[in-house]
Design a protein around this ligand. Sequence first.
Ligand SMILES: O=C(O)[C@@H](CO)OP(=O)(O)O
Ligand SMILES: [Mn+2]
Ligand SMILES: [Mn+2]
Length: 546
Amino acid sequence: MLNKFASFAGISGPVVTIIMDGYGIPKSDAGSAIAAARKPTLDRLFAHYPNITLRAHGTAVGMPSDDDMGNSEVGHNAIGAGQIYSQGAALVADAIASGAIWQGEAWRQVVAGAKAGCGTIHFIGLFSDGNVHSHLDHLKAMIVRAREEGIKTVRIHALLDGRDVPETSALDYVEPFEAFLAETNGGVFDAQIASGGGRMTITMDRYEANWNMVARGWRTHVLGEGDQFASAVAAVKELRVKFPGTIDQDLPPFVIVRDGKPVGTIEDGDSVVFYNFRGDRAIEITRAFEEANFDKFDRVRVPQVIYAGMLQYDGDLKLPRRFLVAPPAIQDTSGEWFSRAGITQFACSETQKFGHVTYFWNGNRSGKLAGETYQEVPSDVVPFEQRPWMKAAEIADAMIEALKSGKYRTLRCNFANGDMVGHTGNFRAATMAIEAVDLSLARILPVIDALGGVALITADHGNADEMYELDKKTKLPAQNQDGSFKAKTAHTLNPVPLILYDNATGGKLGLKQTDKAGLSNIAATTANLLGLEKHAKWDESLLVIK
Ligand SMILES: O=C(O)[C@@H](CO)OP(=O)(O)O
Ligand SMILES: [Mn+2]
Ligand SMILES: [Mn+2]
């Protein structure tokens, strides 16, 4: 693993990678919380240090098409692995297109189980076409197939999105879906939405930040407890009136009833498919269905079901045991390569992004590699527009302490602010989120200087860079009828920065901008900064030696 640069043997101090989650580079400053933020440190970095832009969406991160935004999973996979793999969204779409999914043992068992038990197939998942965690086309294909296979009853438990798609778009999905069901139903086949609720109120917690969400989801989907409505359309409409201003992701849970009884509680002999392909927010509900000694909340009743995930969400923990499509087999990550070279590594974030810089970074592998140390700062459990600074200061504290300890040759952290606050759609809070990151950078960077180190400052995808939906024609922020701007809560398709912060070499290093430069080039760049060759499978380094 010799370095190819004869004149450069690597940085003697620490090599640090800082991910500013949700920090994209917008085409226009209109509606950008990043442009509006006061951020003297970042302004100085962009003005005085080598910096380029990286592709962070679409095929550059393994998504099916360049119309797909980036997200944390695919972004951190690409950064950590230095390579692009076809990701869940693409793998599932392909398995459905080829029909391979229906031949798989898991689907066969789901169908056979429901038939043997005279039972129902339940589909639980994120109800949109965001393609970050799920896609409605996958759900529809499974419903059509279930009917063809002679299944009689299907129940859908719909987690409303508004986070990967416009913030109050639930009816744009529910109404056409009801029409699809009306067409598909008939004869003995009966498919209906049975329950649901906002994705940030039930079921889709991650990294054990708030098990109460999952407990609420269990009561809603499995036990059929909660506010009752005649249909999903009625639920969305009535909840919007009852909780004005609440966006889809935050809507409370609902249960659909007929003749005063829930239409789709989950019972012994049923099959359950959790149809999200992405793992972080699918693991906890999967554990509730699968773990024999589950103790995170009282499940009250545990139905004996055939449970399958769309993908396997954690390959090390084998969660779930049964899955419809095999996840990408990510090999030869930077974590492994550096670990094998005897390089000590430190990874830190707050709960909301902790798995991103550990599990996703290491190619969806849990457990530490030799020489790795992890530090998790517990996240607040509040709507993040109320605390836009989140745990940026504590992450900076942890990084400074780890740097000063002298124990680590390379360190990485993720500042969640731009993303988590960007998802709230609150513009003012998002500017404060970026300001908190800027302040943290101002504290960390001098410590890196004192140790003769360098930093790569980047992001996994955009978010705070576009806080309003843009008008398709004018490309300016779109307005509601009352003249207010239409908040945008989703990630963006914009590129992200890569800044090389280097006061260690006297300006000897630069970065090259290429057409294809993307997140997967960071691993090789980091390797070269460490004085190592990249792994043969990785995309090229962007480091330039002057
Ligand atoms: O919150 C999430 O689950 C996603 C958006 O669906 O965001 P990120 O990819 O940044 O984690
Ligand atoms: Mn992210
Ligand atoms: Mn996000």
